[in-house]
Design a protein around this ligand. Structure first.
Ligand code: SAM
Length: 252
């Protein structure tokens, strides 16, 4: 007896809607969301669509009316609650735009709770475009089935960030200088430091000596090595988040 196919099919489009969904039964979509469903997905009446609102959870809907530039969805029911996201922040100095957008996308997929662009002495002229970063995070959340979006903070100077650092949050400092010393075992750092955390990744040119000293002077700072090779900043971000997620996040 062939298994009955799951409903909705995994291929059902899944979109973020910036509106509280648990109080509405009928939703009118227009703009880019409508364009994506009508023109890209060529959705038909009766077909399923999943929506999540980053407030209450995820809902299964189906199309009840198709317009030229808009469509109406009817909510059939809630499929998932708003999820608890592992309490990990990514603090990353802006790098070349495309790579930085890639970091935002990967950090979202890997499960971070917040991304904080950090201005450091050697940050090259890579202006941060928050709405572009946010768009990449939303697209990644739609694809990886998060029901909660990561937060995105405005660009902040490293000095200001450290001055206002939360007392209860570990600051995992990815320091490429410490491998030779034999200190900085990420595994040991994870065992020793449970609770809210952040990972700090420098720019293409790394941190200056004074920045390195200021970071290490923080009582919450935990210097960690990502091995004997110098990783690109984007590689380092993904490697460090993955290690933390596997050790302290929601992967195990
Ligand atoms: N200072 C580096 C150099 O000598 O070329 C450049 C910095 S690296 C491209 C960018 C950032 O990635 C660093 O600031 C650090 O945060 C992180 N990183 C790269 N490789 C690392 C490693 N092996 N261990 C720890 N962090 C690393």
């Amino acid at each position: 007896m062939p298994a009955t196919p799951a409903y909705p099919p995994r291929s059902a489009p899944r979109l973020y809607l910036d509106a509280r969904l648990d109080e509405s039964t009928e939703i009118r979509l227009e703009g880019s969301a409508a364009h994506y469903l009508l023109k890209v997905m060529r959705i038909k009446e009766g077909q399923p669509v999943k929506l999540f609102d980053n407030r209450t959870g995820e809902y299964l809907c189906h199309v009840t009316m198709l317009g030229k530039r808009d469509l109406i969805l009817l909510i059939d029911g809630k499929t998932r609650e708003l999820e608890d996201v592992p309490d990990l922040w990514l603090l990353a100095a802006p790098i070349k735009k495309d790579r930085y957008h890639w970091v935002a996308e990967k950090a979202t997929e890997l499960g971070v709770a917040k991304m904080v662009p950090v201005q450091t002495e050697r940050t090259q002229n890579n202006p941060v475009k928050p709405d572009k970063l946010r768009a990449h995070m939303i697209e990644a959340a739609e694809q990886c089935e998060r029901t909660a979006l990561p937060e995105l903070d405005p660009l902040i100077k490293l000095e200001t960030l450290l001055e206002n650092w939360p007392a209860d949050r570990h600051l995992f400092f990815a320091d490429e200088r410490i491998h030779e010393s034999g200190e900085g075992s990420f595994r040991k750092a994870l065992v020793a430091h449970d609770g809210p955390a952040a990972i700090l990744i420098g720019p293409e040119g790394g941190f200056s000596d004074s920045e390195n000293a200021a970071i290490r002077a923080m009582p919450q700072s935990v210097s960690v090595s990502l091995g004997p090779r110098i990783l690109r900043a984007d590689t380092a971000a993904v490697a460090a988040i993955s290690l933390w997620m596997a050790g302290r996040g929601d992967w195990s």
